[in-house]
Design a protein around this ligand. Structure first.
Ligand code: PEP
Ligand code: MN
Length: 263
């Protein structure tokens, strides 16, 4: 179902204010985690004024350590929905369990499947039955064939609104958190009609590398970006070291706009 042979024209995925694919570039931005109502509202206003199209924020966080902040759960979802009410921005947030799909679908416009869950087939089936669009992140050790077959689970479940997301893979290199393979963008666009967005935040793991890789993603033809930003990255409860502050995010947006006009 994902194959371009079967459907030669590129798909556009639309969810509220967010539209990606077929020439429309969508930018999803916000903090790694929803922390407080004030924090997510401040992010929402900064995202909107910089010209991005959707707000991200994790309420259910899949953390490497069980002792790390696990997210605000339903309270966080409510804060995201309030931010949508105030700004009109579509909400993108992760769902980590099939049991939570209905709950997260009540509040979110787009269900994010995290890298760690790319091959959680029961979860893929569950979001395949949701009326919400899905952002499917590539597993850090998954091949592109495995990635596309994971998307196939969601499409086969009856949900056609799938966006793919390259967020970096695990290699021998340790200077960046993951290694971000941008050839995924044109390769996936040749194989499938689904839009592909790039996550330069998790893909690099360093604030100072995010803007360059965001621009490179747009130059490579990416259909969108998902970027972590925070009012005070040094104080973030997760992933502050790879988050942009508001001024850096605005600068990234204006540099990306210039690249988008040139390609
Ligand atoms: C995230 O988007 O904050 C996240 C946990 O991403 P990933 O699943 O790509 O690690
Ligand atoms: Mn994160």
């Amino acid at each position: 179902l994902a194959s371009r042979e079967l459907k030669p024209e590129s798909s556009t995925v639309t969810a509220g204010s967010l539209s990606v694919g077929n020439g429309t570039i969508g930018v999803i931005a916000g903090p790694c985690s929803v922390e407080t109502a004030e924090q997510i509202l401040a992010c929402a206003h900064a995202v909107k004024s910089a010209g991005a199209t959707a707000l991200r924020g994790g309420a259910f966080k899949p953390r490497t350590s069980p002792y790390s902040f696990q997210g605000l759960k339903e309270d966080g979802l409510k804060m995201l929905a309030d931010a949508r009410d105030e700004t009109g921005l579509a909400i993108v947030t992760e769902v980590v369990s099939p049991d939570d799909v209905d709950l997260v679908s009540e509040y979110a416009d787009v269900l994010q499947i995290g890298a760690r869950n790319m091959q959680n087939y029961r979860l893929l089936e569950a979001v395949g039955k949701s009326p919400r669009a899905v952002l499917l992140k590539r597993g850090p050790s998954a091949t592109i064939d495995e990635f596309l077959l994971a998307a196939e689970y969601i499409l086969d479940g009856g949900n056609p609104n799938v966006m793919l997301c390259e967020r970096g893979v695990r290699t021998f290199e340790s200077h960046t958190r993951f290694t971000l393979p941008l050839a995924t963008v044109p390769y996936v666009q040749q194989r499938t009609h689904l839009p592909i967005v790039v996550d330069p935040s998790h893909g690099t793991g360093h604030t100072s590398l995010v803007t360059a890789m965001a621009k490179a993603s747009i130059a490579a033809g990416a259909d969108g970006l998902i970027v972590e930003m925070h009012p005070n990255p040094d104080k973030a409860m997760s992933d502050g070291y790879q988050s942009l502050n508001f001024a850096q995010f605005e600068q990234m947006m204006s540099e990306c706009r210039r690249i988008a006009e040139a390609v």
